[in-house]
Ligand binder design. Structure first.
Ligand code: SAM
Length: 271
């Protein structure tokens, strides 16, 4: 019996292992790796993607939390794989990028229980990332690419479109994994923008989050909750009786610029 088959999947670690080699090949081919590319794999698990990635690049760093999987990967790949046993969220991509004078192509069939955390971990370190190709829940993939006035449009859509050009590459059936999860999946590519729209990042994030708060139906309600006064809000060129889901990411940038002068007078609850 191969050691990999002895790893009993742990739900708490989001372990649904990919067993469809065609899907793995499609993901790795879609990266179109060049000799100088630096690649980071999140959650290599039993190596479904890793075994293909090591053939394509000498500059691969795989980050895995589960010690059982780390042991298996070490045995399987030996020195041909640089492996870090860690919670991916504790890893500083910025520091790694500085050490290696590189920006990374990130890839992973990621653990779904921390999808949003991984997205924000990437966005917070956007200078270190060229692109991220991620297997996520289909529903989340649809939110990444959704446009205004659709039911999928929300905070994830705005943030992903503000920092990146998101693209849904292809859908993946739940039957491609063991154990079979109760959702289908999709592979998305986030190509990080070289230059971001100019506005105060923290204020932008706070305005997006506050206005999408469930009970605050109009933009005005969300903004007043942050502490902006009626006079300050009137000074913007926006119709604030509209709802958050009607604004594009560019509208949010414009709104943040209009309100930037009052930033010191409001509460920024989100980092
Ligand atoms: N890449 C493998 C595949 O495609 O079969 C495994 C994918 S599985 C959905 C997610 C992997 O992420 C598991 O190997 C799990 O142990 C690992 N993982 C879970 N939480 C993690 C964390 N916080 N940091 C790093 N890896 C994590």
């Amino acid at each position: 019996m191969r050691a990999g088959s002895m790893i009993i999947p742990k739900k708490s670690l989001g372990q649904n292992f990919l067993h469809d080699d065609n899907i793995a090949r499609n993901i790795v081919q879609s990266l179109a790796l060049q000799s100088g590319d630096h690649v980071i794999e999140i959650g290599p698990g039993k190596g479904a993607l890793t075994k293909l990635l090591v053939q394509k690049t000498p500059n691969l760093l795989a980050i895995e939390l589960d010690t059982r999987a780390v042991g298996f990967l070490q045995e399987t790949f030996g020195n041909s794989l640089e492996l870090l046993q860690s919670d991916v969220l504790a890893v500083s991509l910025s520091r790694l990028a500085e050490q290696r004078s590189a920006r990374f192509k990130v890839v992973g069939n990621i653990p779904y229980y921390i999808t949003s955390d991984i997205l924000f971990w990437l966005l917070d370190q956007h200078e270190a990332v060229l692109e991220a190709t991620l297997m996520v829940q289909l529903e989340v993939a649809q939110r990444f690419v959704a446009g205004p006035r659709t039911k999928e449009y929300g905070i994830l859509s705005i943030f992903s479109k503000h920092y990146t050009e998101p693209r849904l590459l292809f859908k993946v059936s739940r039957n491609s994994f063991y154990p079979v999860p109760n959702v289908d999946s999709a592979v998305v590519r986030l190509v990080f923008k070289r230059e971001l729209p100019v506005c105060d990042d923290l204020l932008f994030r706070n305005i997006v989050r506050a206005t999408f708060g469930k009970r605050r139906k109009t933009l005005r309600n969300g903004l007043k909750y942050m502490g902006f006064t009626d006079d300050q809000l009137r000074s913007t060129g926006f119709d604030l009786t509209r709802r958050a889901e009607e604004l594009s990411p560019q509208d949010y940038v414009a709104l943040s610029l209009d309100l930037q002068q009052f930033k010191e007078q409001v509460t920024l609850a989100f980092s």
